[in-house]
Design a protein around this ligand. Structure first.
Ligand code: GDP
Ligand code: MG
Length: 375
């Protein structure tokens, strides 16, 4: 059921909006007539007013266009193998970024991107002709939100656990999010090079947290790694590829693209630069896209690993930095390709407007939680 604004309820019930605002105020909520109320709150207000409410479902342009795109089923014969999307999660400083740097160094000559840990990084690499997409998420507490979304677009989670530190609060959080997303977890027991570390302790912690090591008869692969010496990295790659092969990830490259915004920002020279992971279909330069409350025509797509390499198109599991959106959409927003720029603009603008209004739940202000992000 869609939220209803104070104004809409006032018009539908034939009562002045101030009367509704007064009821809200009695409930301790100071707001304005454009605030959106959830159905429960709407019913509560209606009861206070002594009117009956009936919720009609207006079909918005967004429902009509985007939901249909989301529902298109790909015929069996259109599906081809795609690269697994592997996200590195774990407690801050346990070595996510270092591991990824090192892994990329294996196959990408001079892969020297200075890792800015405040940003989500997404790269595509090939290992012996087998492509993989890696996503590195910021480890900082304030980025929990994006981290949660990082797992949302992922096929496999590499849980990085420093052997000297063991399972920490953010490790537990990462485990529960990976489990909620229902994706396989591979543990990289990192910093194994440090003198005096006791891998057994970390393994016991992992076991307690529901990740039974395979060497103890469970089904969690735990690979001992060192981003510093490179130990265990080949084994980590092999383990990722083995898990990927077991799951056979497929997509249909011959359809309009669907993807997810990993992050986006305004760049002084290039305008809005949006990091997008294409998940299905093929995204092309010139495509009309809508992404959250942003829209535009894809102007250029750059390979995140070599920002000078312009891509004409990007298929499933390919991360790109694209330009051409009017504003920066928020991380986690879905990207769709549409036929009609006017339609894209209308959807984006409608969304933009409703975002700027307050959203009132039955208990007052609604908050976005990690769990709602995972839905
Ligand atoms: P992140 O916050 O999980 O991304 O962790 P970083 O990759 O930034 O690493 C945090 C710190 O641990 C850095 O100082 C790294 O140099 C160090 N580090 C990462 N991996 C290893 C490792 O395998 N061995 C050792 N000794 N240090 C490591
Ligand atoms: Mg990092």
């Amino acid at each position: 059921q869609l939220p209803c604004s104070v104004k809409e309820l006032s018009e539908a019930a034939g009562v002045p909006a101030v009367q509704i605002l007064r009821i809200l105020m009695d409930e301790g909520v100071m707001t304005n007539i454009n605030a959106q109320m959830d159905p429960e709150l709407t019913e509560f207000i209606a009861a206070e007013l002594g009117v009956d409410v009936d919720f009609l479902q207006p079909e918005t342009l967004e429902d009509r266009v985007l939901m249909r795109l989301e529902e298109i089923e790909d015929p069996e014969e259109s599906l081809v193998a795609r690269a697994p999307v592997v996200t590195f999660l774990g407690h801050v400083d346990h070595g996510k970024t270092s591991l990824l740097d090192r892994l990329i160094g294996i196959d990408v000559a001079g892969g020297e991107s200075g890792g800015i840990t405040q940003h989500i990084r997404a790269y595509r690499i090939e290992n012996n002709g087998r492509p993989m997409a890696f996503v590195d998420t910021p480890g900082h507490e304030a980025f929990t939100e994006m981290r949660a979304r990082g797992a949302g677009v992922t096929d496999i989670v590499v849980l990085v656990v420093a052997a000297d530190d063991g399972v920490m609060p953010q490790t537990e959080e990462a485990i529960s999010h990976a489990k909620a997303a229902g994706v396989p977890i591979i543990v990289a027991l990192n910093k194994i090079d440090l003198p005096g570390v006791d891998p057994l302790r970390a393994m016991t912690d992992l076991n307690t947290n529901g990740l039974q090591p395979s060497e103890w008869g469970g089904d969690t692969e735990i690979v001992k790694t060192s981003a510093t010496t490179g130990e265990g990295l080949d084994e980590l790659l092999e383990t990722i590829l083995t898990v990927a092969e077991l799951n056979e990830y497929v997509a249909n490259p011959d359809r309009a693209a669907i993807g997810t915004c990993l992050e986006s920002q305004q760049d002084a020279d290039r305008g809005v630069v949006t990091k997008v992971l294409v998940q299905n279909g093929t995204l092309k330069v010139g495509d009309i896209v809508v992404c959250g409350d942003a829209y535009g025509r894809v102007k250029a797509m750059l390979d995140p690993l070599s920002p000078r390499t312009r891509l004409e198109e990007a298929g499933p599991s390919v991360p790109v930095n694209l330009t051409g959106l009017d504003i920066a959409p928020s991380a986690g927003a879905r990207l769709y390709v549409l036929d009609d720029i006017a339609e894209a603009r209308e959807i984006a603008e409608t969304r933009g407007k409703s975002q700027h209004n307050e959203y009132l739940g039955a208990t007052g202000f609604r908050q976005t939680t990690l769990d709602t992000l995972f839905e």
